[in-house]
Design a protein around this ligand. Sequence first.
Ligand code: UDX
Length: 455
Amino acid sequence: MERLAVIGSGYVGLVTAACLADKGFHVVCADKNPEIVKKINSAVAPIHEKGLDDVLRRTVENGRLRAVESPREAAQGAEIVFIAVGTPFDGNEIDLSQMKSACADIAPWLAGAKNRPVVVVKSTVVPTTAELVVVPLLEKLSAKKAGVDFGVCSNPEFLREGNAVADFNNPDRIVVGGLDSWAVEKVRKIYAWSDAPVVAVNPRTAEMIKYASNSLLATLISFTNEIANISYAAGGIDVKEVTAGLHLDFRLNPSVDGRRLNPNILTYIEAGCGFGGSCFPKDVSSLVSFAKSLDAPAGLLEKVMEINVKQPLRVLELVKGSIGALAGKKTAVLGLAFKPDTSDTRESPSIPLVRGLLGEGAEVIAYDPLVGDEFNKIEGCGALKHANGWRDAVRGASAAVLMTRWDEFKEITEEELARLMSKPVLVDARRFFDKKKFARITYAGIGYRPASNNR
Ligand code: UDX
């Protein structure tokens, strides 16, 4: 089996490294953070990711996976080196500094490698980055020729946080972008254990497939939120009934043997408080700025972002519409992570909501099964208090706001809210609850407002 290296051991890099080690490859992963390296070598997952602990235990114990701090050391002897470093969006464009330093770090190894290795870009980067940034940099720093002495491929990931291990093991597609068929072939062989279709294209097309995939899903979410907001404005239209109608369109939800497939895409056609995480906001914004750099119109995607930025503020309006001025009022926020089954709060819609509530003088108390005090470090969120459970959070509160679809919130009932809150108000920012079950308390949901007389 080939020797592989992965530079950058964040959630993409580490899941890739650990899962490939589990398939039998010998993998060395690198991370500049000594704490992360120590944890991996002790078979402890540095991030919360379902199933990752088990994979680490197996692969660290059997010696197929180890972590080091030096990318050059990780690359030594490798046939394929994956680069999975962060590419944060700086407000204008993605910041390639980590990508460039990873290239510089592995260049001495590349200079001496005799086995025609392949460098694979796994990080999400705007189209043309592999060809116009990575290749020239590696060539310059190693004095070797791409396509002759080494290969460069783009191999984007499609891993959902919280499902990353399962997604890696059951890929829906394997996208490999390369300029040289031999390099593409080498990367394709790494995935020989999977029967997923391989999309072999040039590197910039592979990079575009990644952006287009995430932009499509983000567009569906903003589209649905726009429909929700129009339904709200009209009154008497519940967006949940509208989406239920949409979900039966045979083109979205085909029947097989008389049964609907209910594909996962439908979960992106639900009204809520907007998308977050480390991918959607960053990827859509990066694609917009890439388009601008080319003078290509990207008005649709700009609107997708605009709708998303405003959506959490609509939740704030719903709270105010239900309980009036916020000053001095205790408000419970249920869920801080950007989605369930992760502790990740990057770009979480709960951030602008908490900021807004605190900014208007509310006393805000949150409960999230995986997120604690670290949330308070986020700008404008310092005064947030934390409860030990949802009951604790809503006790004596003027409003309870459901922000993340955590499974344990399913146990919330009208009776308990009525018992724990003085004047119970439930604001459902994810349309998580069946509003009929909360008919005896005040229920306000995104995308629904009772019809008024004049409409
Ligand atoms: C995403 C892609 O799904 C994955 O293929 C890619 O490689 C990385 O980015 P992830 O960021 O983990 O994965 O999030 P995902 O599960 O797709 O959800 C994205 C966001 O959309 C979350 O904030 C979620 O709450 C939100 N969302 C989802 C909605 O707001 N409404 C919905 O209907 C569905």
